[in-house]
Design a protein around this ligand. Structure first.
Ligand code: AMP
Length: 219
């Protein structure tokens, strides 16, 4: 079983890297933000509880988040491992994860922190647009769509996530970077942390992440 945690501020490129890493390791990519957005879209009890927190750019309370993650990690496809993206988000969640894995004789094998300066994160997030249909991601300057306002892949309209609106971004960053630093410290103390420079070209980031999870590099 290999459990990999990807860490980084919003806009650090975690999601993009997590998808590729999960494919490479043949384990599912579990993104807590995606699980919450699906729950909101489907109107499930968890979605109804989480919606207001998400729109304000705040963390959803741990009790709800942990319940959702436990259900996902209990699915058969996660039995051989998982790439976690967006969870844990604070020290309390990191401890719950350690305890849950220990019950199955497992642990976090590697935590990878994709590090990008805060002002660069603001720049990246404020230009981010996603397609309404499938969440394909664009950026006003770094990766614009061929037709303004339309997804290249499926033609659906591009929308800005409620939590990517400029005034929400600052609040979201301030809150999230503080708890993120606790999580980084947690894994540093556990001896499983690798730091990666997230402002270098995307292929270099990918390579550094792959190097960190090669057999022999894992804890
Ligand atoms: P993300 O797509 O990872 O940026 O997550 C979007 C939103 O979902 C966050 O701003 C939080 O409101 C919520 N969320 C995602 N993961 C967590 C988590 N581990 N703990 C609490 N809230 C979360």
């Amino acid at each position: 079983m290999s459990v990999i945690v990807l860490l980084g501020g919003p806009g650090a490129g975690k999601g993009t890297q997590a998808v590729g890493l999960a494919e490479r390791l043949h384990v599912p990519h579990v993104a807590s933000g995606d699980l919450f957005r699906a729950a909101v879209r489907d109107g499930t009890p968890i979605g109804l509880e989480a919606k207001a927190y998400m729109e304000r750019g705040e963390l959803v309370p741990d009790a709800i988040t942990v319940r959702m993650l436990q259900a996902r990690l209990g699915q058969p496809d996660a039995a051989d491992g998982v790439v976690l993206d967006g969870f844990p988000r604070d020290r309390a969640q990191a401890k719950v994860l350690d305890e849950g894995l220990a019950e199955h004789g497992a642990r976090v094998d590697r935590a990878i922190s994709i590090e990008v300066p805060a002002d660069e994160l603001v720049r990246r997030l404020s230009g981010r647009w996603v397609c309404a249909e499938a969440g394909h991601v664009y950026h006003e300057t770094a990766h614009p769509p061929r037709d303004a306002g339309r997804c290249d892949e499926d033609g659906s309209p591009l929308i800005q996530r409620a939590d990517d609106k400029p005034d929400t971004i600052q609040a979201r960053l301030a809150l999230q970077l503080t708890s993120l630093s606790e999580v980084i410290e947690h894994y540093e103390t556990a001896g499983v942390l690798t730091r990666v420079d997230g402002s270098s070209p995307i292929d270099d980031v990918t390579e550094a992440i792959h190097a960190a999870v090669r057999p022999g590099s894992l804890a």
